[in-house]
Design a protein around this ligand. Structure first.
Ligand SMILES: Cc1cc2nc3c(=O)[nH]c(=O)nc-3n(C[C@H](O)[C@H](O)[C@H](O)COP(=O)(O)OP(=O)(O)OC[C@H]3O[C@@H](n4cnc5c(N)ncnc54)[C@H](O)[C@@H]3O)c2cc1C
Length: 393
């Protein structure tokens, strides 16, 4: 395992302490009540976590994506809802602005996002398409100095909190011509797909009521609808027609972030089981003394270790500017499976208590399933890995 520099290690420890002392005590309550943890998020903003990978000139901390990943692992170990609020807030909300925005857009939008004073969502998934983004049906038509947006988005994280400022949506802005094709826009079904910033409160843009989810109950997720929602022309984010390529690069990075979060979840299950197995007695001795229990926990630890090694490798390559697409897919796949497998085993080790919602392992059991689906399903990761081997996928 790569040894962390003092700077990274200090950050990891600070976030671990925060997660244990501030996040853990209120996690079960927010999960039970399906409430967004505004106070926790405000404190994370004050700590600079939302600004970790951004330069100081935009209100960031001048760190990098690996620093963000470390923070996500530590938060994911304790509360996946809080972790995914940070992951989506930075990776999907602020990062597209930083990577593709004009200087004016960056100056106007990034400081509040980097301080955690505001959140933004990224709307790609629609009722009719998720994995296959070429199915995008939302349209944005030019009308004078405006874009007029019609359509619907689905399952959009951080889109409806009291501090959500805007959502960036992918929309069909025309037909892809030969020139766009040669620029490497990828698939898109002949559609020209662009990304457009839609401020919350825009007439015709409705944030529909929140979903009743299986897990991630303290994270904010809504369907969105657009009916002649009109935004200024300058709300186009990045080059027209580059929307497909741009969001693919955002998703590659997001996979490393989700892998870190999932590693935290896998490790959280191990840590809970080590404690519990030493305390819980059965047939006159702690259950840790049964080899079937200690071996199960040892296997869980091995999964968390492999997941961490994989995301470190992907994150290091990304930060070094090297190709990291395959590594990101591998890390995302094995870490999300590690989280789900560990959560299943952790609830087994906790017996009936593991089925009680207020237990952290029960929360991990409900929360971890979506890790195998969001930011590209396991099957999508397999498709990308197979493609990297030159196999038809
Ligand atoms: C809590 C939550 C938060 C989310 N946040 C966001 C967000 O902020 N922004 C956003 O845009 N989206 C978000 N999503 C959406 C998420 O990214 C999608 O659900 C995911 O990408 C899968 O898309 P889908 O649900 O349309 O499933 P589908 O694409 O319909 O897939 C259904 C099944 O078919 C499989 N499948 C599809 N195509 C293939 C193929 N070619 N080969 C083999 N198998 C295939 C899939 O792997 C899956 O098992 C969120 C979802 C949830 C539940």
């Amino acid at each position: 395992m790569t040894e962390l520099t003092t700077e990274y290690e200090d950050l990891r420890k600070t976030v671990r302490d925060f997660a244990e002392q501030v996040v853990a005590p209120v996690a079960a309550e927010h999960d039970r009540d399906h409430t967004f943890p505004y106070d926790v998020i405000r404190q994370m903003g004050d700590m600079g976590l939302f600004g970790l990978p951004f330069p100081e000139e935009y209100g960031g901390m001048g760190g990098d994506y690996f620093a963000l990943a470390l923070a996500l692992e530590e938060l994911g170990r304790i509360d996946q809802s809080v972790a995914v609020t940070l992951e989506a807030g930075v990776g999907l909300g602020a990062m597209p602005i930083y990577k593709f925005g004009t200087e004016e857009q960056k100056q106007a939008l990034l400081p509040d996002l980097a301080a955690g004073r505001a959140l933004a969502g990224f709307g790609l998934t629609e009722p009719g398409c998720g994995s296959d983004a070429s199915g995008t049906a939302t349209t944005a038509k030019e009308d004078g100095d405006s874009w007029v947006i019609n359509g619907a988005k689905q399952f959009i994280t951080n889109s409806g909190t009291d501090i959500t400022r805007f959502v960036t949506v992918t929309a069909v802005t025309g037909t892809r011509d030969g020139r766009a094709s040669r620029r490497g826009d990828g698939a898109g079904g002949g559609k020209e797909i662009s990304t457009i910033i839609v401020p919350n409160g825009t007439p015709g843009f409705t944030v529909e009521p929140a979903y009743n989810k299986v897990g991630w109950n303290a994270s904010d997720t809504h369907p969105l609808s657009f009916s002649d929602a009109r935004v200024p022309r300058e709300n186009l984010l990045g080059e027209r027609g580059r929307g497909y390529a741009n969001f693919l690069s955002i998703l590659d990075e997001g996979r490393v972030a989700i892998a870190a979060l999932a590693t935290g979840a896998a490790q959280g299950c191990v840590d809970e089981c080590v404690k519990y197995a030493k305390e819980r007695r059965s047939f006159g001795k702690p259950i840790a003394e049964y080899q079937s229990v200690s071996f199960a926990i040892a296997r869980m630890e091995a999964r968390a270790f492999a997941a961490r090694t994989a995301y470190y490798e992907a994150a290091h390559k990304m930060v070094a500017g090297k190709p990291f697409k395959k590594e990101a897919s591998i890390a995302k796949m094995i870490s999300s499976e590690a989280a789900m497998d560990n959560a299943r085993m952790a609830t087994q080790i906790h017996g009936g208590y593991g089925f009680m919602n207020e237990y952290p392992v029960a929360r991990h059991y409900r929360d971890s399933k979506i890790l195998e689906v969001g930011e590209g399903t396991t099957e999508v990761q397999l498709m990308l890995i197979a493609r990297s081997l030159g196999l038809p996928a």
